[in-house]
Design a protein around this ligand. Structure first.
Ligand SMILES: Nc1ncnc2c1ncn2[C@@H]1O[C@H](COP(=O)(O)OP(=O)(O)OP(=O)(O)O)[C@@H](O)[C@H]1O
Ligand SMILES: [Mg+2]
Length: 487
């Protein structure tokens, strides 16, 4: 299906999220949509998929004008979008979810639906048990299910917003193979929104670049990384060389630590993190690395073993005691765990930096927030509600709320959703903290990031920690094998 976007405008108050964007997309082609944080990518895709309505401009599908008032209407016209966090319903079975959005007059028998789902899944090389409950599936499987659902409902245009976060290298390969098949054999029009340039180079035929709400250029793949970065930022960031600030003494010591999550027991963790060290954790979602960070943050209590922080026994410390001991935890779910939708940046600042007494000095917090906005280059104002920020700007807001100085910083996916320049710049701020003697324990799904940014790395699989490797002596490949449980 041919898609033409003509002079689309969408303003949010003063913010020109889409400022007159025109694009034409051809069937059978895979497009990468790139642009710095807040460039307007998600807004444009939400307009194309019926989630937002434009202030002005037209969308044409196969040369016919269309107007969507909802995602369901867009899908009925052949446009489907897979969101970064799947929108499925956790308490349902896979097959029930697969049937969501079907016209209720078409009463497809349950058994018919099951075999149809298995048939369609096998054509794309997916294996999902139709009877499995959604919350037992991995993010990758949930994306596959969502893709199957959109295809069954007749999607001809497929939009994927950062679909590879939280899935393994194998799952990514599988997803890419099926996307290629859908474009090349079934003539689907595919749009991939991503900050990972290597993935765009691997999968896409063309790249479209947005900058500050405007369309600024298109190139065909193959195209060098330097050229892509230049198109996005007009400058090429200098390659930062990794400096290590490791000191002699241990800051954090875990010995024989064991703890339990909802579905997983993590045992025999022996780990020392030195002052000034950046320690990276690898592993698929749900392998134990998140539990380890939560245990170090005082959010879950170990069943056995000992945790020492700066020579103090903190094994039984609560979250608040850990905070008081200068430990900060930055969770991955920005809007589920870290930020509160509906509250402004200033209100977050007031929550994050409690003052003495009962009277909140809003003028003080307003100024403080403005200075953090400047320092972290957040596209927003003190009164902006956090759920109105773009994905990357929400991530910046989380960093802006951190106190300093900190002894131990626990991070999940620190640069998830950040553009290349922002990611580099956030790591520079983090490195400044370790230079002062703080330590960082983080996990990331991005193996290159782990190898590039850590001093040492360990991988988790099924609640077990692998041997520890030195970043300068390892490769992303080796980390991949450790994630697979190889010693
Ligand atoms: N619902 C909203 N209300 C107010 N402002 C919004 C809303 N949605 C987006 N914006 C603003 O519009 C601009 C573009 O945001 P958008 O989410 O489209 O960016 P993006 O290119 O997807 O960025 P990222 O890479 O960070 O996800 C941002 O400045 C954002 O703050
Ligand atoms: Mg976005």
């Amino acid at each position: 299906m041919k898609v033409a976007i003509r002079d689309i405008r969408k303003y949010f108050g003063q913010v020109k999220a889409n400022d007159g964007i025109s694009l034409v997309l051809e069937p059978g082609q895979i497009y990468g949509l790139l642009g710095e944080n807040g460039a307007g990518k998600s807004t444009l895709m939400k307009i194309l998929s019926g989630y937002h309505q434009p202030d002005s401009g037209q969308i044409e599908l196969d040369d016919k004008d269309v107007k969507f008032s909802s995602p369901a209407e867009a899908l009925a016209n052949g446009v489907g979008m897979i969101y970064q966090d799947p929108l499925d319903v956790p308490s349902m079975r896979a097959v029930e979810n697969y049937l969501l959005g079907r016209d209720s007059r078409i009463n497809l028998a349950y058994s018919g639906a099951t075999s149809e789902m298995i048939e369609n899944a096998s054509q794309l090389g997916f294996e999902i048990d139709p009877q499995a409950f959604i919350d037992t599936l991995s993010i990758g499987e949930r994306q596959q299910l969502e893709l199957l659902r959109l295809l069954a409902l007749g999607a001809e245009v497929l939009i994927l917003d950062e679909p590879t976060t939280g899935i393994s290298a194998d799952q990514k390969e599988g997803l890419f193979t099926s996307i290629r098949k859908l474009a090349k054999e079934s003539g689907k029009t595919v749009i991939l929104v991503s900050h990972k340039l290597s993935e765009v180079q691997e999968l896409c035929d063309h790249v479209l670049v947005l900058c500050k709400g405007k369309f600024v250029g298109a190139v065909d793949i193959p195209c060098s990384t330097e050229r892509l970065v230049q198109l996005m930022f007009k400058e090429i960031p200098p390659r930062s060389s990794r400096v290590s600030y490791i000191r002699e003494q241990n800051l954090l010591e875990l010995s024989q630590v064991e703890f339990e999550g909802e579905r997983l027991t993590v045992t025999e963790i022996n780990l020392n993190v030195r002052a000034g060290e950046v320690f990276g954790l690898a592993g698929l979602e749900g392998s134990g690395q998140k539990l380890l960070l939560q245990a170090c943050a005082g959010l879950i209590q170990p069943k056995r073993g000992k945790i020492i922080l700066d020579r103090e026994d903190v094994t039984r410390f609560s979250y608040h005691q850990m905070r008081a001991a200068s430990v900060a935890y930055l969770p991955a779910g920005r809007l589920e765990e870290g930020l509160v939708a509906g509250l402004s940046l200033t209100e977050h600042m007031a929550l994050a930096r409690p003052q003495q007494g009962f009277v909140v000095d809003w003028n003080y917090f307003q100024r403080e927030t403005q200075s953090q906005i400047d320092k972290y280059q957040i596209v927003g104002r003190p009164e902006t509600l956090v759920h109105e920020l773009s994905g990357g700007n929400q991530q910046r807001a989380l960093f802006a709320l951190l106190r300093s100085p900190l002894k131990l910083l626990l991070l999940e996916h620190p640069t998830r959703g950040l553009d290349v320049l922002s990611a580099q710049w956030i790591w520079q701020l983090l490195v400044n903290r370790v230079e002062e003697g703080g330590s960082i324990l983080f996990y990331s799904a991005d193996l290159d990031e782990l190898v590039e940014r850590s001093d040492r790395i360990a991988a988790f699989s099924g609640g077990m920690m692998s041997r520890i490797v030195t970043a300068t002596e390892t490769t992303a490949d080796e980390i991949g094998h450790l994630i697979g449980g190889e010693q």
